[in-house]
Write a protein that binds this ligand. Structure first.
Ligand code: NAD
Length: 287
């Protein structure tokens, strides 16, 4: 579809979500799109991109104020309806209640974007069991809960749908600095491929999106738990050496996510270093 390339360019330019152009308002018209971690960064940009395409948006974050801001911006961006919801995606019971309530109040989710995630750096032996658990609880279990709870409802409804899981280039790029994070993302990548195979016969697509280094809060010092400032600086410098630390905006990832849904892509590397990673050929031949 040619509209999606034009749409991608307009979202990537970063201006489109601020004021609704109205030009693509019908593309996702009537569809319910739920984005986790929508309060900031990639999740926020993704919510706004779907809003621009006319979707009804559920902006989910554990930070209530941030979710509310995204819902408000989504309405400005063109969503006919947008709601802010607060839940911790790693909390199984809270997620079960949440999924039930969302379905009752807003309907069955058509597009689920499991994006909420936390960064955690530190060498393998410096990562405490507590920190391993913390990162796996959010980055892996959060995705599992989302897929189980919303994916099952999609499948039962029988009218298709799409699930996007935000993994990372770290999923296929071994790192001494981010063992827990990379492990969580590798698991999300494989989970996505297994679920894609399982749901293919039901018209439900599953995509793993793998960004490299993107300019968001997660890549700033504050969000890297478990390392001191010096080590953080060292990691940033190492990343800069490896990747050239481009100023890669979250809007570009958001655009790639919308396009992946439209095209039903399986694995999508985003950012130049992710696209260039030699590991990728194993996972996504032909990309
Ligand atoms: P971010 O910190 O800007 O946004 C993450 C959002 O998720 C925040 O609003 C936070 O409050 C929310 N969140 C965190 N834990 C949560 C929980 N348990 N329940 C609900 N909400 C929660 O970071 P971002 O860069 O936009 O990250 C989004 C996703 O993209 C993450 O999964 C991250 O791992 C992935 N990613 C980011 C990069 C990058 O370079 N920024 C690269 C690859 C992948």
């Amino acid at each position: 579809a040619s509209w999606i390339e034009e749409f991608v360019r307009s979202v990537e330019s970063g201006r489109s979500p601020v004021v609704a152009s109205g030009r693509h308002a019908e593309r996702f018209g009537g569809q319910l799109v739920l984005v986790t971690g929508a309060g900031s960064g990639i999740g926020r940009a993704t919510a706004l991109a779907f809003a621009e395409a006319g979707a009804r948006v559920v902006a989910v974050d554990r930070n209530a104020e941030a979710a509310a801001r995204t819902a408000e911006s989504s309405r400005l961006a063109g969503a006919p309806e947008a709601w802010a919801e607060t839940v911790d995606v790693s909390d199984e019971q809270a997620m079960e209640k949440f999924a039930e309530r969302v379905t009752t109040e807003y309907g069955v989710v058509d597009v689920l974007v499991n994006n909420a995630g936390i960064g955690l750096s530190g060498s393998f032996f410096d990562t405490t069991p507590e920190n391993w658990k913390k990162v796996l609880d959010v980055n892996l279990w959060g995705v599992i809960h989302g897929c189980r709870l919303f994916g099952r409802r999609m499948a039962e409804r029988g009218q298709g749908g799409h699930i996007v899981n935000v993994a990372s280039a770290a999923a296929y790029q071994p790192s001494r600095a981010l063992p827990a994070y990379s492990t969580s993302k590798a698991a999300v990548l494989m989970l996505s491929e297994c679920l894609r195979a399982e749901l293919a016969g039901r018209g439900i697509g599953v995509t793993a999106v793998c960004p490299g280094f993107v300019n968001t809060a997660i890549t700033s010092t504050a969000h890297f738990a478990g390392v001191d400032a010096d080590e953080e600086k060292r990691l940033q410098q190492r990343a800069a050496r490896l990747y050239g630390l481009r100023n890669y905006p979250p809007e570009k990832v958001a655009a790639a996510i919308v396009r992946a849904v439209v095209r039903n892509d399986a694995v999508v590397p985003v950012t130049p270093e992710a696209r260039g990673a030699r590991w990728l050929s194993r996972f996504a031949p032909g990309v």
